[in-house]
Design a protein around this ligand. Structure first.
Ligand code: FES
Ligand code: FES
Length: 166
């Protein structure tokens, strides 16, 4: 086992992993953050998407040891993302609220990955067009096919964040 020190959802975290352990397995297993889902395990579906140093990555295609010294945000930490509404008091991130308001989820299996890909988009592009949103989510599959409402939810969240930061 190799020791890993990294920032997880804003907190300094120390743990251990085997060299071949995937980041998603570290998160869901020893760290008990089961909001990150495994849909395919082959980097196809995006259900396992997390932020690694602010970039959306499929955590089934990242080794746990690659998190050394870096910052990982999972859906459990989304509400506390710096610079956006939502803190550790239970307040939802505008994306989470918008997914509820716009019926952006059905079974919810893809939702954590959709949220994290959308969060990455909004951190880099505060006023995305519909095309930008579709492009940002192209690596995330929804087997319930609720894409129209998902795109609407991301648009609503962008509007909310723009209002809150105006
Ligand atoms: S489980 Fe990682 S992309 Fe599907
Ligand atoms: S809401 Fe069911 S997979 Fe997307």
């Amino acid at each position: 086992m190799t020791r890993i020190d990294f920032t997880l959802n804003g907190r300094a975290t120390a743990t251990e992993a085997e060299p071949a352990t995937l980041l998603v397995d570290l998160l869901r297993g020893p760290l008990a953050l089961t909001g990150t889902h495994v849909g395919c395990d082959t980097a196809q579906c995006g259900a396992c998407t997390v932020l690694l140093d602010g970039q959306a990555v499929k955590s089934c295609s990242v080794l746990a040891l690659q998190a050394q010294g870096r910052s990982v945000t999972t859906v459990e930490g989304l509400a506390g993302l710096t610079g956006q509404a939502g803190q550790a008091d239970g307040t939802l991130h505008p994306l989470q609220q918008a997914f509820i308001d716009c019926h952006g989820l059905q079974c919810g299996f893809c939702t954590p990955g959709m949220l994290m890909s959308a969060a990455c988009l909004l951190q880099h592009n505060a006023r995305p067009s519909e095309h930008d949103i579709v492009q940002a989510l192209e690596g995330n599959l929804c087997r319930c096919t609720g894409y129209v409402n998902i795109v609407a939810a991301v648009k609503q969240a962008a509007d909310t964040i723009a209002r809150e930061t105006a």
